[in-house]
Design a protein around this ligand. Structure first.
Ligand SMILES: Cc1cc2nc3c(=O)[nH]c(=O)nc-3n(C[C@H](O)[C@H](O)[C@H](O)COP(=O)(O)O)c2cc1C
Length: 485
């Protein structure tokens, strides 16, 4: 039976930098050290699965992912650590599911996350090249490469196979050396080939197109598992001339320690768990998908690329740092937070009337709620337009007055119900580039976007029913003291 074994797991990480504070700014870039430190400090935020909970079969992955979803239904988001038969952690997941945990990682509180991330994005730290690191403990090349030896788990019964959900693709511009980091789901296609999808069609996609024009293959590395701040930096949406590895350094508080991969010299974190090195041949395509995506649906929509793996570098005791699949808070928060930071900063700067911006989990990445005190007629519509034009994932923006709690879906629905009129407060634009993985979008990836201005109109007649401050304070304190049956 599953049980929650709080505490006691910290020492199993066998970190070489034991007891070192591994949050931002202290120099440690090691996942093992981070986990050891976190489990020591916050044992109540760690859910440990022991040997007796898992049976070492393929069903383990399904169970771990199901556990994430079951806990989430209860609004619980602990880190999940699975201990294997040898008594050491083999799989860790759900690290990014809680904003509180990310705030701890950044040495701030939840309200300070966006600011801290943007501070790092403005204060890049150059890479620090070193000769070797923990990731060079085991090196397999050529015929020795066998992707079957990688730790992987199955997530959902309908997936093509055991997917790597945390693989970060590293590619460097051949002229400038500027690196790009982006996540891509990967599944083994053969002993030395991964099938992957580049459906976001961002920088690595353009690098591949440029390599194709030169008649070349694109050298790449795939990093599987690293310090969570490196992983957060990898999800940043920045211009093509910004190297996310330098954002990682700024978040970590010291330059990212990197080694060069043996064949192509790609700079990868020296303290990663696993690094694969190889290339993408633009002309080669393989079957990829289905995979249980962040939309909550299996997705077969894929660019069907292949990564040929020539080298495996890994620690002798690698942990599989998994990102929980489907519409888990782990996936949604990791991919959204860095984008949100950039966007929220710019929005607040341009529209001081905004008080809060929230992407509800129910809308996956497609909905955004904004609270504001409009200063002039039409301002709510202008804010909605700005967001719809900016964020390529968005399909719906709802703008409400600042008395509405945008973190509460039902308050936003109440504002729509009582403060908007569809014929004048809703507008739509069709045929825009959208998210290919949205099953309702066209197969060419186009989508429609909609805005609802649910702020009170100037002639709005409603007077909100309120209980009165004193009575409400009294009721809240009574409810706080009473356990209701
Ligand atoms: C956990 C996770 C998994 C992702 N999986 C994919 C994927 O399989 N394919 C893809 O094209 N984008 C995927 N993305 C989105 C890209 O990583 C994202 O668009 C990235 O910021 C693009 O990087 P760039 O802007 O530096 O080019 C994923 C993001 C996260 C956080």
């Amino acid at each position: 039976m599953l049980h929650n074994q709080y505490g006691g797991v910290a020492s199993t990480f066998k970190s070489k930098v034991a007891q070192e504070d591994s949050s931002m700014g202290n120099g440690s870039q090691d996942l093992h050290a981070y986990l050891e430190d976190y489990c020591t400090r916050y044992p109540e935020d760690v859910f440990t699965l022991g040997k007796e909970d898992l049976d070492g079969t393929s069903g383990d992955g399904y169970r771990i992912n199901a556990l994430v979803l079951a806990l989430e239904r209860q609004q619980r988001f602990p880190v999940i650590v699975a201990i294997n038969k040898l008594g050491v952690p083999s799989v860790v997941t759900n690290v990014f599911a809680s904003r509180e945990r990310i705030a701890r990682l950044l040495n701030t509180d939840i309200a300070g996350i966006h600011g801290e991330f943007q501070r790092a994005a403005r204060n890049l730290l150059p890479l620090a090249e070193v000769a070797t690191g923990s990731v060079s403990e085991v090196i397999k090349e050529g015929d020795e490469v066998d992707l079957g030896e990688l730790p992987t788990i199955l997530h959902f019964p309908g997936d093509r196979g055991p997917y790597l959900t945390s693989g970060i693709l590293v590619a460097e511009d051949p002229e400038t050396g500027v690196g790009n980091l982006s996540y891509h789901r990967c599944v083994a296609h053969s002993k030395n080939e991964l099938a992957t999808s580049l459906h976001s069609r961002r920088h690595v996609w353009s690098m591949l197109r440029r390599a194709e024009k030169r008649g070349e293959k694109l050298p790449v590395a795939v990093v599987i598992g690293g310090h969570p701040l490196f992983m957060l930096a990898a999800a940043a949406r920045v211009g093509p001339n910004v190297d996310e590895r330098e954002i990682a350094g700024a978040l970590l508080g010291s330059s990212l320690r990197v080694i060069r991969t043996p064949h192509y010299g790609i700079r990868v974190p020296a303290d990663a768990e696993i690094v694969l090195e190889g290339y993408i041949d633009p002309s080669r395509h393989v079957d990829e998908g289905p995979f249980g995506e962040f939309t909550g649906y299996y997705s077969n929509r894929s660019t069907n690329n292949a990564i040929s793996v020539e080298t495996i570098l890994r620690r002798s005791n690698p942990i599989l740092l998994d990102v929980a699949a489907s519409r888990s808070s782990d996936h949604l928060t990791l991919s959204r937070l860095p984008r949100e930071s950039e966007q929220v900063e710019a929005l607040f700067d341009r529209f001081p009337a905004i008080s809060k911006v929230h992407y509800p989990a129910s809308g996956v990445h497609f909905h955004c709620f904004v609270a504001m005190k409009p200063q002039m007629a039409g301002e709510a519509r202008q804010v909605a337009l700005a967001l719809l034009g900016w964020d390529p994932y968005l399909k719906l923006v709802v703008v409400v007055d600042d008395d509405i709690d945008v973190e509460n879906d039902s308050e936003v629905l109440w504002a729509i119900a009582t403060r908007s009129q569809a014929t004048k407060d809703v507008f739509m634009v069709g045929n825009l580039p959208g998210m290919l993985l949205d099953p309702s979008s066209g197969t060419d990836g186009t989508t429609a976007r909609m805005a609802i201005d649910a702020t009170r109109a100037v002639d709005f007649e409603g007077v909100t029913v309120e209980a009165g401050r004193e009575a409400m304070d009294w009721a809240n304190s009574l409810v706080g003291r009473t356990s209701l049956r």
